[in-house]
Design a protein around this ligand. Sequence first.
Ligand code: FAD
Ligand code: DLZ
Ligand code: SF4
Length: 524
Amino acid sequence: MTVLRFILGDQLGRGLSALRDLAPGDVVLMAEVADETVYVPHHKQKIALVLSAMRHFAADLAAEGIEVDYVRLDDPANSGSFTGELARAVACRRPVRVVVTEPGEWRVQRMIEGWETAVGLPVEIRPDDRFLCSRDRFARWAEGRKSLRMEFFYREMRRETGFLMEGGEPAGGRWNFDAENRKSLPAGQRPPPRRRFEPDAITREVLALVAARFPGHFGDLEPFGWAVTRADALEALEHFVEACLPLYGDYQDAMKAGEPFLYHAVLSPYLNLGLLDPGEVCLAAETAWRRGAAPLNAAEGFVRQILGWREYVRGIYWLRMPGYAATNHLGAGRPLPWFYWSGETAMACIAEVVAETRRNAYAHHIQRLMVTGNFALLAGLAPAEVEAWYLAVYADAYDWVELPNTHGMVLHADGGLMASKPYAASGAYIDRMSDYCAGCAYDPAVKTGPRACPFNLLYWNFLMENRPKLSANPRLAMPYRTLDRMTDSRRATIRREAGAFLAALDAGPAAPPAGDQLAMDFGA
Ligand code: FAD
Ligand code: DLZ
Ligand code: SF4
């Protein structure tokens, strides 16, 4: 009476719903499949991280005496797809039924819904309860609300979970300490070095596989220092809480050339793979605050990201998919410029963020939102192309979390479901929060002319171009008033220069040179 339990690559927790009630004779199936490695040209470190973490998790299960069918990417019999591997395992093991945990992507959910027909067996899809808010709970919260603002969801989650609550009230008497969390990093302040994990024999084998099989994918494969086991991910959490959390809040929005991690957690890949649990991570931050090892603005700022934003974006994804991805409120359609992959641009901020992304498969939130994201919004880049880029280049990228952040928060393509106004900003914001501008060919203080920061030109151009859709937004009243105070000739100059910049962008490479491996991965 074998039950086949199919565990996907981002479901690597022993408490996973599909692993509960495991009985003798049951078989766990895990499969490295070509389809999952190429549906976008994932960063090489991301593929290595997923495959190595899968292999370590499978080894841990086997060490417990659990029967594991593990299919490697280079197995000659590997069919290359989840459905194909399930069919092979069913033919070989002859189970009575299949158990899975709901996946993190709509694309895979659709696939799983076809499995009963594909293999002729009952397929039980269990809820993924590794989140603090279930899909149903979020739908109940959203029901009947005109506006789905994260802030209100977050407060309800604080009350419900009790994190950072005291006697039914938020600790410190406030729900939100964001106003204290916008400092720029003082010159000379050096954030602590990050904990890196030396690749073991399993990881080294995976690194060789990835180097041989995905040479044209984006990103540097080595040095590779990610944790690939729960034990190491817990060590990374401990290091963050001790060394970084105390200043996490203060410098949450800061950016500094050469300091890609600052005081951020760098834990999202582990949370998303299932190596860490969001509840234990929030608890670690709360405990640090309660024992006086971190201030409240830091602990609250951190808990808000996980209990608030992370749960909220997942809720939005499952509430609104599949239609969500197809909206394009601002009608944006410009192809993604090639410099998103190459980093070859005179805009120092973008060059820096792309270079760090290539090196680390990581950029922190403000870099994603206010540099590459802000540019994509202002330049009217096509949502689907921007989303494919974000899904490919970061080690933590999965559709359920990447899509709402990009489509909703960055590109305003959902018409304001997630964010009450577009996160559009001129060069002054980037200059205030970073040191990027000091090394740039452009000047953030210059508004027009050859030295004008493109973010300045594009910001005002964006407001003019989207006036019919945005000018009634009360949160944009001030910039529209400023725009209206400009002379006609100034507005015309901005339109002309922004138009020339965008025309040059369109004339530049949008795709890699012919014959380039990345071009082949894109089917170009
Ligand atoms: P910290 O800043 O230290 O935050 C702590 C944790 O909070 C993170 O580990 C993460 O789990 C969670 N978190 C913080 N902000 C968000 C958010 N907006 N949405 C969801 N969780 C959040 N995050 C992903 O995990 N995967 C993605 O594919 C992803 N794509 C993004 C795309 C864009 C355009 C933007 C603007 C943000 C995206 N984020 C994504 C959210 C956020 O940028 C990352 O979670 C964060 O940078 C991860 O680094 P960290 O662990 O150092 O985070
Ligand atoms: C991201 C990824 C990659 C690169 N490779 C695999 C794989 O070979 N096998 C697997 O089970 N999962 C992989 N994943 C993660 C899946 O893409 C992820 O589980 C689904 O997209 C559902 O979120
Ligand atoms: Fe970026 Fe403009 Fe600053 Fe250059 S001047 S780094 S383009 S914000």
